[in-house]
Ligand binder design. Structure first.
Ligand SMILES: [Zn+2]
Length: 253
């Protein structure tokens, strides 16, 4: 049912904007406020990494990340035209405890050891990046904070920065929100799978990536829903995503 809905949303309709995420309109907090907080945190993190000589140390990886991001960006703009306003930034870091992360407004960061451990093909790496881009496109930071208002003390009367600070610091708050976190991860897989295929990356690579993630990185898994659940969703989507991949051939490549 859900897939049918998305297929309808994704079918090109002349003169009508193809919107996947109309429902974002009802989120609390202004997108600019959420992105402003993320922008400061990302800049602070990058400058610390730079000072420690840990930023973008693998130039070959950085080149790959940029090349894949360019294709995925075009796919994102096809699916969600308003995303052309997003200023995507992509970096990697060494020895920084990072696997893969996305901050509001298009700020991506990948751990060099994490990527090296996966030894991904370009197609697999594309689905890693597409998953992180999906978090941005779906405004998951703003959505998470919106939901958190119902799980934190006095949440409905607090400013965004105050909610976000508690989410950044409190393990208990995040445990209470675990269901929401897992739902967002499955959503990011769902949207990222479509984005990657639209950009011309082999859909089968999503499945081989999930197998590698399940087998190779327990720390990444612990922050994500069980591998079986992610794999089941990807397998259910595979035939439809193959169709998107075939239909997209030559359009965005
Ligand atoms: Zn994720």
């Amino acid at each position: 049912m859900r897939w049918l809905l998305v297929l309808l949303l994704f079918l090109p309709v002349p003169g009508v904007a193809q919107r996947l995420l109309d429902f974002r309109e009802d989120l609390a907090f202004k997108a600019e406020v959420v992105e402003g907080v993320a922008g400061k945190a990302y800049a602070r993190r990058l400058s610390l990494l730079e000072a420690e000589g840990k930023l973008d140390t693998d130039r070959d990886l950085l080149e790959r990340l940029h090349g894949i991001l360019d294709r995925l960006r075009a796919a994102a703009e096809y699916e969600q035209p308003a995303s052309s306003a997003i200023h995507w930034q992509i970096h990697s870091c060494r020895n920084c405890g990072e696997s893969a992360s996305a901050m509001a407004g298009g700020r991506l960061l990948f751990g060099e050891e994490f990527i090296a451990g996966l030894a991904p093909t370009d197609d697999e790496l594309a689905f890693v990046i597409a998953h992180e881009m999906a978090h941005v496109l779906a405004e998951h930071t703003r959505e998470y904070a919106t939901t958190a208002r119902f799980f934190l003390a006095n949440g409905l009367h607090r400013e965004y920065w105050d909610i976000q600070r508690e989410l950044d610091e409190s393990i208990v708050a995040n445990l209470r929100m675990a269901h929401e976190y897992q739902r967002q991860e499955l959503d990011a897989d769902y949207i990222g799978f479509i984005l990657g295929a639209r950009a011309g990356y082999q859909p089968e690579a999503m499945l081989s990536l999930l197998r590698k993630l399940g087998a190779d990185d327990p720390s990444f898994l612990s922050r994500h829903p069980e591998e079986k659940q992610r794999m089941r969703q990807a397998q259910t989507m595979l035939e439809s995503v193959r169709r998107i991949y075939t239909l997209s051939s030559g359009q965005l490549r």
